[in-house]
Design a binder for this molecule. Structure first.
Ligand SMILES: [Mg+2]
Length: 216
């Protein structure tokens, strides 16, 4: 699958572990796509569709619903701040940079997820529930431990799978603490071109691109 040129729309989708359906889709903009990193930009006001049970939070507000062909209902949520989403090929996490609005970083978010798989419209990932969140000074904590524990209790996850997820989180933390990629790449200084406005999802955003079995 080809790489994206800067400025192209890249659709990031989460593929449900249960049935391979699309549980989240967000249109992003490619900043850089090479052997080292896939860097994506999500402008404020971008509308993502998801069917997670997420309360209307600080960064998203519901803007309507859309029925899905797979029997789920997707809620449109408007992104309330611009973020960068940084994927290192082969790594089981992505790094989300939330700017503080003054040229610094409010938080670094380690979203633990299966290494991305390319599709004709962007990339597919699978979220692993557990996350790591760090402030601009690098002070970090695990996030959503409760949900992660519940997934083990209810048999959604195996012990082995969760050990691998935890190891990916440790890898994020090690990179953060030793200032390895992407933390040494000056992403906090990157400025979006003024003409990079929110993108729309393409009509085929729910298509099955055969990634379900390839996402761990
Ligand atoms: Mg997550």
């Amino acid at each position: 699958m080809r790489r994206s040129a800067a400025g192209e729309t890249v659709v990031v989708r989460n593929i449900a572990r249960s049935d391979g359906s699309v549980s989240m889709a967000v249109p992003t903009i490619a900043i850089r796509d090479d052997d080292e990193i896939l860097a994506l930009y999500i402008p404020v006001e971008t509308v993502a569709l998801d069917n997670y049970a997420v309360p209307d939070g600080e960064r998203a507000a519901a803007v309507g619903t859309l029925p899905s062909s797979r029997g789920r209902r997707h809620v449109g949520r408007r992104w309330q701040t611009s973020i960068l989403r940084l994927h290192l090929p082969g790594e089981a996490f992505s790094v989300w940079l939330f700017p503080d609005g003054q040229g610094g970083v409010a938080s670094w978010y380690g979203n633990l997820e299966a290494p991305f798989v390319r599709t004709p419209i962007g990339i597919d990932i699978r979220d692993h529930a557990l996350d790591v969140v760090a402030d601009g000074k690098g002070c970090w904590r695990w996030k959503d431990e409760d949900e992660f524990a519940r997934r083990l209790e209810t048999g959604i996850d195996t012990v082995e799978h969760q050990a691998a997820v935890r190891a990916a989180g440790q890898s994020f933390i090690a990179r953060l603490e030793t200032r390895h990629a992407p933390f040494d790449m000056s992403w906090e200084d990157w400025q979006a071109p003024a003409q990079w406005l929110p993108r729309d999802l393409p009509a085929n955003w729910q298509d099955d691109f055969g990634t379900h079995a390839r996402l761990r």
